[in-house]
Design a binder for this molecule. Structure first.
Ligand code: ZN
Length: 321
């Protein structure tokens, strides 16, 4: 019987081992063998089952002390069928265009563009159309979408990579805008990833993150039935803990806002019905889409222009010029 490999995970932000249980599912994933968990991972099994979320006493992060190990995660993601999301493509595209609008208002759209987990490239495509980026560096583990992703940035100098753990191909200090949408809450070492991205940013370069907000109204209303409590999220952030994570990785000028998601009304109502145990099959519901600030936060942060590491990069550029 193979269990989830990480049995005693310390807080991935502050390293504290002291955490108290806060959110559990009726059927806990903690002591179930992997074979029993895969139907929940793939969403085949609709009942709720996730690892117990504990609140770190050191920094307040909500995370799973018991979770899959790196190798187990690799296998689970590799066998994940593509496009499991049942929100229609137009609503996803509209949501992601909104993310780009927010970042376009806050930073110059030049230097290199780096995105980790770009999926089919909704945001990268906007960046290609509306920005003046030199090169596109796209790290997308799902190979099935690589062709669509490449097409989204066609005409640009772009490279697509299947791994996410190694950003070595990207020159340090080159990136004007780095984007990670719904990625950070999937990672075992989120601060390590943030530090790696920080090194790639040029002085003054911008990072844009979208994550779930475990302090949102939606989470409070739904409790353990909030959909972000699931096997794919080894930790979940709120405005205070995401600020702590990016600050610890060296970022400055951190701004956090509730982000807007576009949903077809029928999808939203059926999701809410499912979460609350109300049947909605018989309800006539409009397909029209609406934008809601619902359960997600956007974080914008910069690599400071006056850090020693940033200075070193600037000096190197001067020498080579
Ligand atoms: Zn902590």
């Amino acid at each position: 019987m193979t269990l989830a490999a990480l049995r005693d995970r310390d807080c991935p932000i502050c390293g504290s081992a002291d955490a108290r249980p806060e959110v559990v599912s009726t059927r806990r994933a903690d002591y179930l063998p992997l074979a029993d968990l895969t139907p929940f991972w793939f969403g085949i099994e609709k009942a709720r089952c996730f690892f117990s979320y504990h609140r770190c006493s050191g920094c307040g992060l909500l995370y799973n002390p018991i979770f899959f190990g790196e190798a187990q995660l690799g296998e689970l993601y590799a066998t994940m069928p593509p496009n499991m999301n049942s929100v229609d493509g137009d609503a996803i595209a509209a949501t992601q265009r909104g993310y780009f609008d927010a970042v376009a208002a806050a930073c110059p759209l030049d230097g290199d563009y780096l995105e980790i987990g770009p999926d089919v490239g909704h945001i990268a495509g906007e960046a290609a159309r509306r920005g003046r980026f030199d090169r596109f560096w796209l790290f997308e583990p799902n190979r099935e979408v690589h062709d669509i992703l490449s097409a989204a940035v066609s005409g640009q100098r772009a490279r697509v990579f299947a791994g996410m753990s190694n950003l070595n191909a990207v020159p340090d200090g080159s990136v004007g805008l780095a984007v990670m949408v719904h990625l950070l809450d999937h990672l075992l070492d989120p601060v390590g990833m943030l530090e790696a991205v920080h090194r790639k940013l040029r002085p003054g370069g911008t990072l844009m993150l979208v994550t779930h907000d475990e302090r949102s109204l939606l989470r409070r209303v739904l409790g353990p039935r909030w959909p972000a409590f699931c096997l794919q999220h080894p930790e979940l952030y709120n405005p205070a803990t995401i600020r702590r994570a990016v600050t610890q990785a060296g970022f400055a000028d951190v701004a956090i806002t509730r982000s807007r998601n576009v949903f077809p009304i029928d999808f939203l109502a059926r999701q809410a019905g499912a979460a609350l145990g109300v049947r909605t099959e018989w309800m006539p519901l409009p397909r029209r889409a609406i934008g809601l600030r619902l359960g997600n936060i956007m974080t914008l942060a910069r690599r400071s222009t006056d850090q020693p590491a940033a200075m070193a990069v600037a000096e190197r550029v001067e020498i080579s010029a």
